[in-house]
Structure formats: C-alpha cells, structure tokens
Design a protein around this ligand. Structure first.
Ligand code: SF4
Ligand code: SF4
Length: 169
C-alpha cells in the first residue's frame, strides 16, 4: 500500500529504542485519539497495522513482555501446560505460580521461568492464551481497555507503532 510507506518513514525510533521517549510524550494524544476514535474504522485498520508493526518489530530481539510482566494463567492454560510438562496441576501451580491482587494466577517471578536466554518460549505451543493474544494489536481490546493499551504502549514497540499509525489517521 503506497500510503503506508509515507507514514512509516515518520514513525522512527524502533531501531535505537528512541520510541520509548516518544511514546511517553504521546500518552495523552493516544488516550484522546482512542477515546474519540470511530470503533469500526479502527477495527478495520487493525489487521493491516498489526501485520505492519510485526514486520518491523522482532519479538525475539525484545521479549520485554515476558521479561517484565506476567500473563494470567487461567484454568484451561494450567491444565494444558501442566499436562504438556507432565506435572500434576497442583505441583505446577506450586512451582511456578502465585495469586495476584485480582485473584488470578501469574508467574511467581519475572522474567517468566519459561523464557529462554535466546528469548524463545519453552512452552510456546501451549503457552497461556494471554501470551498468544498479546499485545492485542489485532483485537478490540486496544479500544476497550484503554489503561492497559497505554501501559502496553510504554514497553511494547508494536503497540507504540500501531498507536502512532492510528494517530496519523
Ligand atoms: S513487548 Fe511487544 S514487541 Fe516485545 S516481545 Fe512482547 S509483544 Fe513482542
Ligand atoms: S509463557 Fe512463554 S510467551 Fe508467556 S510470558 Fe512466559 S515465556 Fe513469554
């Protein structure tokens, strides 16, 4: 798409990490834009923007989510992962998880125990649904959960990229 290349050139800082400063400066603009956005128009744009963002961002060079935050481990996640690891669910929970303030199971400590030194996830095929969906750049979560989107834009370059593209209209 020709229009993309013009816009892309203006969204810099992904290579040298300068995007974090820009993201911090643009939080208010992101918030206003997402509050006022035409939901259907944004949802229509998201698949392309999501793809575009991940053509520029390499999760294996980043892993900021797995290093600093935890997914929720819901019951189906726990069942699937403990089975994969051939562990009793109770032992899996005891070994890796704790309950957070909201009553969800999360990793005992960060970085996530399943993150390798090479930034690969050792349980990738059975990883929690939250991990599979993160950073929600192709879902309406980006509009529905504004505080979460803003927080994610501070550490996830893909969210930053999508919000910058949406800002440009
Ligand atoms: S923070 Fe975003 S870009 Fe980085 S690894 Fe996670 S999803 Fe990928
Ligand atoms: S389970 Fe895998 S994808 Fe999810 S936080 Fe841990 S290392 Fe990352």
């Amino acid at each position: 798409m020709a229009a993309h290349s013009d816009n892309n050139e203006q969204i810099g800082g992904l290579e040298d990490g300068a995007w974090k400063k820009k993201s911090a400066e643009h939080q208010k603009q992101y918030s206003n834009m997402l509050k006022r956005a035409d939901r259907n128009k944004v949802l229509k744009k998201l698949p392309d923007l999501h793809e575009e963002a991940f053509s520029k961002v390499d999760c294996l060079q980043c892993a900021a989510c797995c290093k600093n935050y935890s997914p929720r481990f819901k019951t189906p996640d726990i069942k699937r992962i403990s089975k994969h690891l051939k562990m009793k669910e109770s032992v899996f929970i005891e070994t890796y998880l704790r309950l957070d303030e909201e009553g969800d199971y999360v990793v005992k400590q960060t970085p996530c125990a399943f993150l390798g030194a090479d930034n690969y996830c050792s349980i990738y095929d059975v990883r929690p649904s939250d991990c599979e969906r993160f950073p929600y750049t192709d879902e309406d979560v980006i509009l529905k959960r504004l505080p979460l989107t803003l927080k994610n834009s501070s550490f996830c370059p893909a969210v930053y990229y999508v919000l910058e593209r949406l800002l440009k209209g």
